[in-house]
Design a protein around this ligand. Structure first.
Ligand SMILES: C[S@@+](CC[C@H](N)C(=O)[O-])C[C@H]1O[C@@H](n2cnc3c(N)ncnc32)[C@H](O)[C@@H]1O
Length: 275
């Protein structure tokens, strides 16, 4: 079941077109600030799944690191393509896709300065400009998935470009957090909103035009969307906040991280080829 129980401040419906338009404009406007604030933490060529700092080099969510050599990997909502660059360093053949030209300009900058260049493509994750069955793996660290209205369309598009047996792993804000104010301090520890309210979080300008949108799916919603697209969910990774991580990243903080999950990484696979 989807649908809202009420429209509170900051929550209102947003169509696919409104979401796409808002994302492109928001990330084009905010890319410089985002990379200036988080670029050091993300590094030019690390694969970090979220603010907790879970690193693919040790987490192996995509499978054993040694198995990445030669794999064709799609990074969706890649931003500056840090994850794709790490994958390339493991011998994989990544392609980094993002909707925002400004984010991709940062990817080009890091391609030029890091010593590892990866192919970059500007495209909507819901309309991928690739042939069917052209990738072995697909991944996304907080890219695209929370920002589209109909996530089943996105999952179907990823399923289309993956080969049989392909793995799709993506991180999003942990759904439980939608019940709490998105602030790093103590006020972020008291539930004030229904977990079951799927009305998107929306920011608007003075004309009422939507300038930012994020869509909430419960765990069950996400699993049903993946299943509808032909995937089987094989894991949901919930990284713990390490006590050594003292950073505050928007509503993520050591205080909240000690008590609440911050990130969910869904790991799903297509059925393999018949034996
Ligand atoms: C939170 S950033 C994450 C970027 C990068 N993975 C990182 O960890 O820094 C979200 C990214 O998703 C991109 N994005 C949003 N909607 C998208 C869509 N429909 N298709 C492709 N990319 C999208 C944005 O442009 C932005 O670069």
């Amino acid at each position: 079941m989807t649908g809202s129980i009420e429209h509170g401040p900051g929550r209102q419906p947003a169509s696919q077109d409104q979401s796409r338009q808002a994302q492109r404009q928001w990330w084009d406007a905010e890319a410089d600030a985002y990379q200036a604030e988080h670029g050091d933490f993300l590094g030019p060529d690390r694969f970090i799944w979220g603010p907790e700092g879970l690193d693919e080099a040790t987490a192996a969510v995509l499978g054993p690191v040694a198995g990445l050599a030669g794999a064709a990997v799609l990074e969706v909502g890649a931003g500056a393509a840090q994850c794709a660059r790490w994958l390339a360093a493991q011998g994989a053949h990544p392609v980094a896709v993002d909707l925002s030209a400004a984010q991709l300009r940062h990817a080009t900058r890091l391609n030029e300065t890091s010593g590892t260049a990866v192919p970059l493509v500007q495209a909507d994750a819901c309309a991928l400009p690739f042939r069917s069955r052209s990738f072995d793996l697909a991944c996304s660290a907080y890219g695209a998935v929370p920002f589209v209205t109909d996530v089943t369309v996105l999952h179907q598009e990823v399923a289309r470009v993956l080969r049989p047996g392909g793995r799709w792993a993506f991180s999003v804000t942990h759904p439980v957090r939608w019940a709490f104010p998105d602030v790093p301090g103590p006020e972020g520890l008291t539930a004030t909103h229904s977990y079951f309210d799927r009305t998107p979080y929306v920011e608007t300008d003075e004309t009422g035009t939507i300038t930012y949108v994020e869509h909430h799916r419960t765990v069950g919603d996400q699993v049903r969307s993946l299943t509808a697209a032909g995937f089987c969910v094989v894991d949901v990774v919930e990284p713990q906040w390490p006590t050594t991580n003292r950073q505050v990243w928007a509503g993520w903080s050591p205080l909240r991280g000690a008590l609440l999950p911050g990130t969910a990484i869904y790991v799903a696979e297509l059925a393999g080829p018949p034996v």
